[in-house]
Ligand binder design. Structure first.
Ligand SMILES: Cc1ncc(COP(=O)(O)O)c(C=O)c1O
Length: 409
């Protein structure tokens, strides 16, 4: 092993790539080609999207599934389905992709940011409880990187206050919490099938629920306000066209066959990395044992202690990348600090003016999220965790190499 850090011109610890994403073979090509040949390319004439909805719902343990065009749209339709009105407040964590909060704006409601738990990086149930007002209509816990949010406490608080729980399960395909599928625990669960996700068709999304009424509402919302059993051009309720196409349905059906084995591989590799990285001074994996029974690790997230290492996180991550490990700093800004929120640049969505004209996002302060974004959080991508034990050992060896030479960072 080169004793010189790769960032200083030494030989990288690893030069071969980790597993590529997406994974596919001729069966995926054939599945899509079969749709081309069938001539039934839209969901209204085909059968793949409907079959995928049934299979994916069953896979996650929900009664009903609805495919839509993206995870962002899934969240927005879920909010409309639970009856969010202009100016209602919806509680969200600030450590997430912007769609968790912009879906609230697109529902003409008001995102209220509350802090994350330092051990899981998911919504802090106590902070959620403290932020509830008479205007709170829904909460969107995010299963960050596949780490299950504290659904027991979140659902208990929500039930006491009559607040809808919409799980953002965009990172959580295949994951379970106390044996139950993530996205099938709250009132509604929203998934993304965008290209980076653990189950993907390039773009796409889904909503799961155990409520026939909510399923009915979501279905109408995604299909131009058309109700099951209605006449062809009858539109009794509001809706748009958010239907997924058959090409994606076919690809998802085929990809779903691999999801369980891939999830188990990531879960096992995540546990292995946890054990190894916990032994490196100044690194702490996120906590396990908070109810997650199968962790899908859309991201492998660990905590970096800037003071212990004596170097900024950006330097550590750059050095790790130079060694051939595709680490990243993840989200570096709490969502409420984005210009979208500080400027309230919400375009035509002015619902907040009805109830919260005073709201100043620049005054929001979530200290855990601030620290995680500024200097603590580090990510490895899900595809890396599909690798072999030797691949994981390379990650550990690279981190150990940096640790032993931390003074040179
Ligand atoms: C946590 C989270 N929620 C929602 C979304 C939105 O999904 P989509 O990109 O399919 O709209 C994403 C996508 O990256 C996400 O990471």
């Amino acid at each position: 092993m080169s004793s010189i850090l790769a960032i200083h011109g030494g030989t990288p610890l690893r030069t071969t790539p980790f597993p590529a994403w997406p994974r596919w073979d001729e069966s995926d090509v054939e599945a899509v080609a079969a749709v081309v040949r069938s001539g039934c390319w839209g969901r209204l004439s085909g059968s793949r999207v409907a079959a995928f909805e049934r299979e994916f719902a069953a896979f996650q343990g929900a009664q009903y599934g609805l495919a839509v065009v993206s995870g962002s749209v899934a969240l927005r339709l879920a909010l409309l389905a639970v009856g969010v009105q202009a100016g209602d407040e919806v509680i969200v964590p600030p450590y997430t992709f912007m769609a968790t909060a912009t879906s609230v704006i697109e529902a003409n409601a008001v995102p209220i940011f509350v802090d994350i738990d330092p051990d899981t990086y998911c919504l802090d149930p106590a902070a959620f409880a403290a932020a509830i007002t008479p205007r709170t209509r829904a909460v969107i816990p995010v299963h960050l990187g596949g780490q299950a949010a504290d659904m027991d406490r979140i659902c208990a608080v929500a039930a006491r206050h009559g607040i809808a729980v919409i799980e953002d399960a965009a990172h959580a395909h295949g994951g379970t919490y106390r044996g139950r599928g993530l996205g099938a625990i709250g009132d509604l669960g929203c998934f993304s099938f965008q290209a980076s996700k653990n189950l993907n068709s390039g773009e796409g999304g889904a909503i799961l629920t155990n409520s026939e009424d909510l399923e009915d509402r979501c279905r109408a919302l995604h299909h131009c306000g058309h109700r099951k059993g209605g006449q062809r051009f009858e539109h009794p309720v509001f809706g748009g066209n958010y239907r997924l196409g058959e090409f994606q349905g076919a690809l998802l059906l085929n990809q779903l066959q691999r999801l369980r084995a891939q999830t188990e591989t990531r879960n096992a590799n995540g546990l292995y990395l946890n054990a190894k990285l916990a032994a490196v001074p100044g690194l702490r994996p996120l906590a396990r044992g908070r109810g997650e029974t199968l962790h899908p690790y859309h991201l492998y997230v660990f905590r970096y202690d800037t003071e212990a290492w004596g170097a900024p996180r950006s330097r550590f991550v750059a050095a790790l990348r130079a060694e051939g490990i595709p680490a990243s700093e993840g989200y570096t800004v709490p969502l409420y600090r984005q210009g979208l929120f500080t400027q309230k640049a919400f375009g035509p969505y002015t619902g907040y003016q009805q109830t919260r004209p005073d709201l100043d996002y620049a005054a929001t302060d979530c200290p855990v999220c601030e620290r995680v974004c500024a200097k603590e959080g580090c990510w490895l991508p899900q595809s890396l965790l599909l690798g072999s034990r030797e691949d994981m050992d390379d990650v550990v060896a690279a981190v150990t190499k940096l640790s032993e030479r931390r003074g040179e960072l």
